[in-house]
Ligand binder design. Structure first.
Ligand code: NAP
Length: 299
């Protein structure tokens, strides 16, 4: 299959692109940094120089390919509209990448939520994730109205080394850096809040399966385990040689340093179950769980 992927130099996009190449697909990878072009070619990906705002490029490569995977930016509405327009009436697959913070709460690190979501559970996104949830709905709607085989993959907290160009995930590397600065494993507030998580290799396999098998307008949480941020802080602490010592980072200080992202990504609960991936696609994640992975592989 010929697949056009955005975010080809990134953590998710690069990992999925490499996995697709290894599986024998031809991969066109959108990349905006000229300096990374040669390295992308080395991976077997055909670089397409441009950005999400280059409408002509998006249309040309969506039409030239059998499928499109959007892994550059979960919140970029214009590119999603362009890709759907280019694929309308073709029945080709369009996989859009969202994130499980869409169902997250505003716990500020201090409470554990009892709510666990699967793909059938209704939810109202918190204010800073309403836009992302709107884009996800638009993508699914295209699977009903526009004869595009649209698919939304919703990863939880991703961990593991990038499989493509050098890139890192968001939450764990950030916590590791702050822990090194503080000399103890860091969590925000009390750190009782919980997130589901998934290894990047298992996630990339999910994209591969969805590309071939996922029905139109489908929605997949990607998760294979769940931990509290307190336990993640403890594992980081032990891995860094701080003997399990942990420390609370006040939510206000964390937001002052990293912005509102903290509320939805480090201080919230996001507890999901990937029912559809297992049931509809036969997805079988097999990588090491997050806490033991931290013990063996710190950045
Ligand atoms: N990592 C996670 O745990 C996680 C979990 C769930 C959802 N997500 C979401 O998934 C998306 C991708 O995440 P990621 O971790 O793979 O991020 P990443 O490593 O920063 O990768 C994003 C890639 O997209 C490219 N890109 C961004 N904006 C672009 C634009 N306007 N035009 C062209 N290329 C553009 C970047 O190019 P450059 O290399 O030039 O910067 C980068 O290669 C994000 O929206 C993120 O919020 C991430």
């Amino acid at each position: 299959m010929k697949v056009f992927i955005t975010g080809a130099s990134g953590y998710i996009g690069g990992s999925v692109a490499k996995t697709l190449v290894d599986a024998g697909h031809t991969v066109y990878g959108l990349i905006r940094n000229q300096e990374k072009v040669a390295a992308l070619q080395q991976l077997g990906v055909e670089p397409v120089l441009g950005t999400l705002n280059d409408v002509d490029i998006l249309i040309k490569f969506a039409q030239r390919s059998d499928a499109v995977i959007n892994a550059a930016n979960a919140d970029h509405l214009a590119s999603v509209v362009t890709i759907i327009g280019a694929l309308r009436g073709t029945g080709k697959a369009f996989i859009h990448t969202s994130g499980s913070s869409v169902i997250g709460d505003d716990a500020l690190g201090d409470t554990i939520s009892e709510k666990i979501y699967d793909e059938e559970t209704p939810f109202v996104p918190m204010d800073i994730r309403a836009y992302r949830a709107h884009i996800d709905k638009l993508v699914r709607r295209a699977g009903i109205d526009d004869w595009v085989r649209s698919i939304v993959i919703v990863p939880s907290m991703i961990y593991g080394k990038a499989l493509g160009l050098p890139a890192e995930s968001a939450q764990v590397p950030q916590l590791v850096r702050k822990s090194q600065e503080m000399g103890a494993g860091v969590h925000v507030g009390k750190g009782v809040n919980r997130w589901s998580n998934v290894h990047i290799k298992d996630l990339a396999q999910l994209y591969l399966l969805a590309l071939v098998k996922a029905p139109s307008a489908s929605y997949f949480f990607a998760e294979n385990g769940e931990d509290s941020f307190g336990d993640i802080a403890k594992a980081i602490s032990e891995a860094l040689g701080y003997q399990g010592k942990t420390i609370s980072w006040s939510v206000n200080d964390a937001i002052a340093e990293l912005g509102d992202w903290v509320r939805s990504s480090l201080a919230s609960n996001s507890r999901v179950r990937g029912v559809n991936a297992r049931k509809l696609l036969g997805w079988e994640p097999k990588e090491e769980p997050l806490l033991s992975w931290i013990g063996h592989n710190l950045y």
